[in-house]
Write a protein that binds this ligand. Sequence first.
Ligand code: ATP
Ligand code: MG
Length: 258
Amino acid sequence: MSRDCPVSSADAVVLDAVTRSYGDVTAVGPVDLTVPSGEFLVLVGASGCGKSTLLRLIAGFEQPTRGTVRAAGVAPVPGRGAGLVFQQPRLFPWKTVGGNIALALRYAGQPATPARVDELLAQVGLDDVAHRRTWQISGGQQQRVAIARALAVDNPLLLLDEPFAALDALTRERLQADLRRVSAASGRTCVFVTHSVDEAVYLGSRVVVLTPRPGRIALDLPIGLPRTGVSDDELRGSPEFAALRAEVGQAIRERVTS
Ligand SMILES: Nc1ncnc2c1ncn2[C@@H]1O[C@H](COP(=O)(O)OP(=O)(O)OP(=O)(O)O)[C@@H](O)[C@H]1O
Ligand SMILES: [Mg+2]
């Protein structure tokens, strides 16, 4: 996107000629990327290509070396405006499950009633765990709590960095299905990082493949798969799903081996 192109208020994230370097090493860029509100964008690429760096730039934890980052039209402020989910749940072990959610609500200045906490946990398929300690629930359940915590704060943007990478295949598929449902229902904009081509095509309304470092956009692919009215088995087994998976996989392999 050129600098004189007007930024639509419907754009949740706009990266304009963004580069991030660490000393002599350019980690990402230049990257131009516009994420419209409500989109589920998946960033996929080889290890070390700069996916987490891009998320940190969008979250405001890092500043670009060159170019500009805008979230909801302004420079992002760390801890404001975006919910974050990481590969590890990063829950507070001295608090109960419900206590972790309540803390996020209070931090955001929202009422932290037990009913609201239960409602958020139910959204991610967790019942009757609010009173438990975080170390008394499974890794998959902990990651669900982390997603509930990110949803607790009423901000329009969710940034997720390989949130399911540490989970077994079955738990991972269940959480993907729940996230797909919850994100579609919430209307939030999501930027999701993964190594998994399958996960990218299943979750994304758009998939962006990055080149190896410095990460640049190698492929920007809309995913026109239906988001409602079709079962997961039908979706994953469809020829359209297979074709998209092949296209994304090929773009990654071409870049890694070229
Ligand atoms: N704080 C830092 N200081 C120096 N180099 C860094 C720093 N953070 C990231 N890098 C480098 O920038 C590049 C991109 O890192 P980044 O963590 O964004 O990659 P990634 O795509 O998320 O990788 P992975 O898939 O392994 O998580 C890497 O080569 C990394 O070593
Ligand atoms: Mg990373």
